[in-house]
Design a protein around this ligand. Structure first.
Ligand SMILES: Nc1nc2c(ncn2[C@@H]2O[C@H](COP(=O)(O)OP(=O)(O)OP(=O)(O)O)[C@@H](O)[C@H]2O)c(=O)[nH]1
Length: 233
C-alpha cells in the first residue's frame, strides 16, 4: 500500500517534470513504466531494511542484558538495575529493606566430567528455569559468572528470603533431569543476607555477606541454606 502510494506520487512528480522537457511522448511513457516498476521494489526493499535494523537493535539490546544460556540477567545489567531501584527508593525517601541470595551449583565440574559440557549446560538451564519460576518481578535473578547466581528480593525480610531459598532447593530435589538416557540429579548451596542501605556499597557488602554464608554451606557438605549472621567474619 505504502509502496504503491510512493510509486504514484513519484510518477506524478516525474510526469509533471517531463511535461516541461523536450522528450518525445513515447520516451516519457517508457520512463514512466520503468519507474512504476522500480519504485515499489525499491520502497519494499527500504521498508524491509528498516524492519531488519529494528529487529537487530532489539536482539542486540537483549544480548547486552540477558545471559543467552540461562535467560537470567547479566551481572553488569543486574548492578545497573539494582542501582536504579535503590536510587528511586532514596529519591522517594523510602527505606530499603532488601534480601539477597547467592547460589552456587554443587559439583558442576564433576557433572561436566561425567556427562560432558552439554550435561552441565542442561543443569544450568534447569536450575535457572527453577529460579525464574520462583522469583517474580520486581525481584531479579542474575548470573554472576560460571555456576554462581544472585537473587535480589526487594522489600523482603531475611526470613522470607530464606523460605524462598528452601523452596528452590526443594524444587531441585524433586527434579531429576534425564540426560542421554541417564538420570542426572543436581543441587545447590545458598547463602542469604539482608541490607538496608541504598547505594552500591550496601549491595556489594550484602553480596559478600551472602557469599560468606554460602561457603559455610559448601564447607558443611553442600545442598543447604545458610543465613549470614551480623558478626560473622
Ligand atoms: N557446562 C558448563 N560448565 C560451566 C559453565 N560455566 C562454568 N562451568 C564449570 O563449572 C565448574 C565450576 O567449578 P568449581 O568452581 O570448582 O565448582 P564445582 O565443581 O561446582 O564445585 P563446588 O562449587 O565446590 O560444589 C567448572 O568446572 C567450570 O568449567 C557453563 O556455562 N557450562
Amino acid at each position: 500500500m505504502l509502496s504503491t502510494l510512493l510509486a504514484i506520487t513519484f510518477n506524478f512528480i516525474l510526469v509533471e517534470l517531463l511535461d516541461y522537457s523536450y522528450l518525445p511522448e513515447q520516451d516519457i511513457v517508457i520512463i514512466c513504466i520503468i519507474t512504476m516498476t522500480v519504485t515499489p521494489l525499491l520502497s519494499w526493499y527500504l521498508i524491509g531494511l528498516f524492519f531488519k535494523i529494528d529487529v537487530m537493535e532489539v536482539e542486540m539490546a537483549k544480548l547486552a542484558t540477558i545471559d543467552s544460556l540461562t535467560n537470567t540477567y547479566h551481572r553488569g545489567y543486574f548492578y545497573q538495575k539494582s542501582d536504579a531501584y535503590l536510587s528511586t527508593l532514596s529519591a522517594l525517601k523510602q527505606e530499603n529493606q532488601s534480601a539477597l541470595l547467592v547460589l552456587d551449583l554443587d559439583s558442576l565440574k564433576q557433572i561436566n566430567d561425567q556427562f560432558g559440557h552439554a550435561g552441565g549446560d542442561a543443569v544450568l538451564i534447569e536450575f535457572s528455569r527453577i529460579l525464574l519460576d520462583v522469583v517474580k518481578k520486581p525481584n531479579m535473578v542474575a548470573r554472576l559468572g560460571g555456576d554462581e547466581f544472585v537473587v535480589l528480593f526487594t522489600q523482603t525480610s531475611l526470613e522470607d528470603a530464606q523460605a524462598f531459598a528452601f523452596d528452590i532447593l526443594a524444587r531441585m530435589r524433586s527434579t531429576t533431569l534425564e540426560f542421554n538416557g541417564q538420570p542426572l540429579s543436581f543441587s545447590a548451596s545458598i547463602g542469604v543476607s539482608s541490607f538496608t542501605g541504598d547505594d552500591e556499597q550496601a549491595l556489594d557488602a550484602a553480596i559478600k555477606s551472602a557469599d560468606s554464608a554460602l561457603y559455610d554451606v559448601k564447607r558443611a557438605g553442600r545442598n543447604d541454606v545458610a543465613v549470614y549472621k551480623k558478626n560473622q567474619a
